[in-house]
Structure formats: C-alpha cells, structure tokens
Write a protein that binds this ligand. Structure first.
Ligand SMILES: NC(=O)c1ccc[n+]([C@@H]2O[C@H](COP(=O)([O-])OP(=O)(O)OC[C@H]3O[C@@H](n4cnc5c(N)ncnc54)[C@H](O)[C@@H]3O)[C@@H](O)[C@H]2O)c1
Ligand SMILES: O=C(O)C[C@H](O)C(=O)O
Length: 327
C-alpha cells in the first residue's frame, strides 16, 4: 500500500463537496491504490453540517480513507496538503454572471493562497472550482509567491465535458468517439468552445456539422449551460461539477490518454499570444504529474477573435481585484 496523501477540500459541507468527497475517498481521483487523508475546511457556522458529512464518510468504511480533519482554520486545512480543491465560495443565482461573485468571493482566495504558501507541501496541486474560478485561481496563486505558479489551476473541465457531450449527441456518436475538444479562456459566458481540431470517430468534427449550428447553437449552449442548469434545478450544477473536478485532478496526477487532450485553466506562458500570467483555458496533456500546453494548433480568424474576447474579460476581472494581487 502507498503512503497516504493529504487532500484539502474547502466548502466541504456544500453541495459540490457532497458529490466530491465520497468519490475522492473511494479512489476515483488518485487511484484505487492511493490512500487519502481528507482535510476539510468550512466556515465556523457550517462546522456542524461538516461533522455530519464526516460521519457519513466514516459510515462508508472506505478502505482508502486514512484520516479526516474538519476545521474552520485554513492554516490547519492546508497543512502539508499535496492536493487542494478550492470549492468553498458563494454560487451565483438566476440572472447573475459568474463575475458578479468576484466581490463576494475574492477575499476567500487571497486568505487561502497565503495559507497554502505558508503550510502546504511545496509540490501541492491546486484546483480552483469556486467562481469566478480563473480569477480566484489567479488571486490564490499571486498570494502564494513561494509556490510555482504552474501549480495553481482553474476548472474548465466541466465546459470541456459539456462540449463533448453536445457534439456526441449532435453527431449520433458516443463520448468515446469525441477527441480533442478545446475550451479557450475563461469559465464564463465568453469562453470559446473550439472544435476545429476535434475529431468524432476519426472524422473532422467541422465536416460533420454546419457552421450555423456551430455558431448559433453549439457555442451558446456550452457557454450558457451553467445558467441553464441553475434555471432548471434552482441551484448551480453540483454532481457534474464534482465529476469535472475529479477528472481534472485525476488526469493531472495520473496522466491524459494517448491521442487526446483536455482543457485546464492554467498559468499562461504567452502561448497563442495570450498575456503571460493569466489563468486561461488551454488544451493540455498531462504526464508524470505535470501539464503541458498543446502547441502548434492552427487558429483561424474566427477563433482568434473569440480567444481575444475571453482574454480581455480575464484582464478586466484581474484589474477589478488588483488590490488582492501582490506584485
Ligand atoms: N468552475 C466550475 O465549473 C464550477 C461549477 C459549479 C460550481 N462552481 C462554483 O463552486 C462554488 C461552490 O458551489 P456549491 O454549489 O458547492 O455551493 P454551496 O453554497 O453549496 O457550498 C459552498 C460552501 O462553501 C462554504 N464556504 C464559504 N466560504 C468559505 C470559506 N471562506 N472557506 C471554506 N468554506 C467556505 C459554505 O459554507 C458552503 O458550505 C460556487 O462558487 C459555484 O459557483 C464552479
Ligand atoms: O454556472 C454557474 O454559476 C455554476 C458553474 O460555474 C457551472 O458552470 O455550472
């Protein structure tokens, strides 16, 4: 048996975490041979609810669950953490854009970035789920100057999965047939779902659909899917968000399959002309616990315009929280 790793999860009594923690403890994120210690963070008034979640985790008798910590102190939650899933934040309601949450949520991520900097493993892998995820990831990263910025990522995988599923349905194929989808940019309504390099059952995706469906149906459906779920459920996506978090971390830790790539919100190195230092959705492959931005993808004018629009929104969000970004 491997030595246990420490996985910090914030917002651990919230709705996403209720779909997330049990799957992590079951080995679906880091493998069926990897014991985990769950270090769960909540705000003080939610500690009793968190206790209930911990009791249920106990009652599952998961062989891989090697320990649990329940706390309202970020310094305790991130102590020696090897992985951190930053879920705890307010979700949006009907009629809101995700960036409307910036004011409510941004401060959470500066505090947690500092706690990660001071207490976590130097090799920690951080995934930010709480919205607006890319800019919250930027805030956490900038408040953790002693940790490599590449170790802070934002969740774009839900958008990626949504795009795969829409395309499989449209073409009458299965998810397993869809390869190399990209969601460029921000986890917001400006994200750009790009299928110019996608194949479906080996065929070029753009050849299987028409441009009008791509522009007027597919792109807005994927961009607005979070709002559509809120409208239908009366609450933001939870199980699918937890699933995307599991997939993101699993692929980062254990590697992406040969011949496919995934979308991750990662620290821009200037690839594809995007400003360095933004947390931007890029096509990535992962190997040996590290990610690489896929290079050499051709982008046409339509794509470049959309990639720039979502980049501009990320710059605006960054400028709106500049007080929380130490130089
Ligand atoms: N990136 C994505 O694709 C994606 C998908 C779905 C939801 N989200 C976002 O994830 C976040 C959580 O969603 P949810 O549905 O689980 O919300 P929720 O309200 O059910 O749970 C959030 C939990 O976070 C806790 N919390 C608040 N402040 C905290 C802090 N400082 N430290 C620790 N815990 C704290 C709350 O007490 C609550 O239990 C929201 O911001 C939502 O918009 C992102
Ligand atoms: O849309 C939201 O506010 C929740 C989440 O980001 C989603 O995409 O489902």
């Amino acid at each position: 048996m491997k030595a246990p790793v420490r996985v910090a999860v914030t917002g651990a009594a919230g709705q996403i975490s209720y779909s997330l923690l049990f799957r992590i403890a079951a080995g679906e994120m880091l493998g069926k041979d990897q014991p985990v210690i769950l270090q769960m963070l909540e705000i003080t008034p939610a500690l009793n609810a968190l206790k209930g979640v911990a009791m249920e985790l106990d009652d599952c008798a998961f062989p891989l669950l090697a320990g649990m910590v329940c706390t309202d102190d970020p310094n305790v939650a991130f102590k020696d953490a090897d992985y951190a899933l930053l879920v705890g934040a307010r979700p949006r309601g009907p009629g809101m854009e995700r960036k409307d949450l910036l004011e409510a949520n941004a401060a959470i991520f500066s505090v947690q970035g500092k706690a990660i900097n001071d207490h976590a493993s130097r090799d920690i892998k951080v995934l930010v789920v709480g919205n607006p995820a890319n800019t919250n990831a930027l805030i956490a990263q900038r408040n953790a100057p002693d940790i490599d910025p590449r170790q802070f990522t934002a969740m774009m995988r839900l958008d990626h999965n949504r795009a795969m599923s829409q395309l499989a349905e449209k073409t009458g194929k299965t998810i397993n047939d869809v390869k190399n989808v990209i969601i460029w940019g921000n986890h917001s309504a400006t994200q750009y779902p790009d299928i110019h390099n996608t194949t479906v059952d080996g065929a070029d995706a753009m050849g299987l659909i028409d441009q009008a469906w791509y522009e007027n149906d597919f792109i807005p459906t994927v961009q607005q899917r979070g709002a559509a779920i809120i409208e239908a459920r009366g609450a933001s996506s939870a199980a699918s968000a937890a699933n995307a978090a599991i997939f993101h971390m699993r692929d980062w830790a254990l590697g992406t399959p040969e011949g496919d790539y995934v979308t991750m919100g990662v620290y821009s190195d200037g690839s594809y002309g995007i400003e360095e230092g933004l947390i931007y959705g890029y096509p990535c492959t992962c190997k040996d616990g590290d990610w690489t931005i896929v290079q050499g993808i051709e982008t046409n004018e339509f794509s470049r315009e959309k990639m720039a629009a979502t980049e501009n929104e990320l710059k605006e969000e960054r400028d709106a929280v500049k007080d929380l970004l130490p130089a």
